[in-house]
Design a protein around this ligand. Structure first.
Ligand code: MRU
Length: 345
């Protein structure tokens, strides 16, 4: 299956509207940094690598939008674009990684025309996009070797083609194992409150006829206790220098359960998701989202009016619960500060 989460069409960015999947499959079109930032904030596009790609295209679109303006309009306009995109979501480090890379591409050009800058930035965004697919496939190859034929793999949230430029990180490992001829079945956590598992992971697997069983999040322990899960694979939004892993809320719970039941807990993690500037998971900014996501879903509100709500969108799994990181450079068992530093040496 070739899900094009983001695509460049006629000088505009088109993104699948992930808020309405699987009921509807439709693209929305974007032409500026502000509109892309809005799409990221509203969760039209989500998943760390996909957010990074979208932000890169947001910068490129802004340069195209402003290319014919005076220099004293172009530069502040671009800076505003970078700033708006940087404020769209706080946890996934791929967003900041992509913005930094776009800024370097711009600065590396020295003095040249604004049209040349715009062209270069579109090209850089295309490169980030294409690279992401290559990286996912490389991670998939390394990760697939960890899964036995017949493995039943639990995943949380959606770390699939929809969360990336294509193929996926955690689901990319599953896709690669299936492509290598292994019989793999997936247990998809529903992933309250935004239902990325029920709506997106289940949809991706059904499209591809990879056997998938949907469970609500509170069923994972029961299945593990009954020997129905052989491995857990999740994606990540940011890995600290010591190997602590931020991912979708509920991941920590799954990791604790996996340890209790002696089930390997793998994290598929492109190097762009590692934030070496952050010493431990305690310093990773955790997004807090709207209470309405917890008190109901879309038009249906089921909780009492006026109830107090917490809605942290991510949690941190300490490194010692991680069996291995799966990266595009290979598998890193029992990740720690030294092994992570060595990846960038
Ligand atoms: O809030 P979301 O849907 O953007 O959260 C996504 C996740 O937590 C994913 O697991 C993570 O970004 C890895 S995606 C390859």
């Amino acid at each position: 299956m070739n899900v094009e989460t983001l695509r460049w069409h006629d000088g505009r960015l088109e993104m699948i509207d992930q808020r309405v999947l699987p009921a509807r499959f439709e693209y929305l079109s974007y032409d500026s940094a502000a509109s892309v930032a809005h799409g990221i904030r509203a969760m039209v596009v989500r998943g760390a690598p996909a957010i990074g790609c979208a932000a890169a295209y947001g910068v490129a679109l802004e340069a195209r939008r402003l290319e014919k303006t005076a220099p004293d309009v172009f530069r502040p306009g671009m800076e505003k674009g970078f700033e708006t995109l940087a404020l769209s979501r706080p946890t996934a480090v791929n967003l900041f990684w992509a913005l930094k890379r776009m800024r370097q591409a711009w600065e590396s050009m020295g003095s040249t025309t604004q049209t040349a800058v715009a062209e270069r930035l579109v090209q850089e965004a295309h490169e980030i996009h294409a690279e992401d697919i290559r990286i996912n496939r490389a991670m998939g190859g390394y990760g697939a070797a960890l899964l036995a034929d017949g493995a039943r793999v639990l995943t949380h949230c959606n770390a699939g083609a929809l969360a990336t430029a294509g193929w996926g990180t955690a689901l990319g490992v599953i896709r690669s194992a299936v492509a290598a001829g292994k019989k793999i079945s997936v247990v998809a956590d529903e992933t309250r409150p935004f239902l990325q598992g029920a709506r997106l992971t289940a949809w991706e697997m059904v499209q591809e006829k990879i056997p998938v069983t949907l469970i609500s999040d509170n069923m994972a322990g029961h299945l593990m206790a009954h020997g129905e899960v052989d491995a857990v694979i999740v994606g990540t939004d940011r890995v600290a220098a010591n190997g602590d892993v931020a991912n979708k809320i509920g991941t920590y719970m799954v990791a604790v359960l996996a340890r209790r039941h002696d089930i390997p807990f793998y994290v598929a993690c492109p190097l762009s998701t590692i934030d070496s500037s952050i010493a431990s998971g305690a310093d990773i900014p955790i997004e807090e989202r709207a209470p309405e996501e917890v008190t109901g879903f879309r038009e249906c509100q089921w909780a009492a009016q006026g109830v107090q709500v917490r809605n942290p969108a991510f949690d941190v799994t300490p490194a010692d619960l991680v069996t291995a990181l799966i990266t595009e450079q290979g598998v890193i068992p029992a990740p720690d500060r030294e092994k992570i530093a060595a990846l960038f040496a």
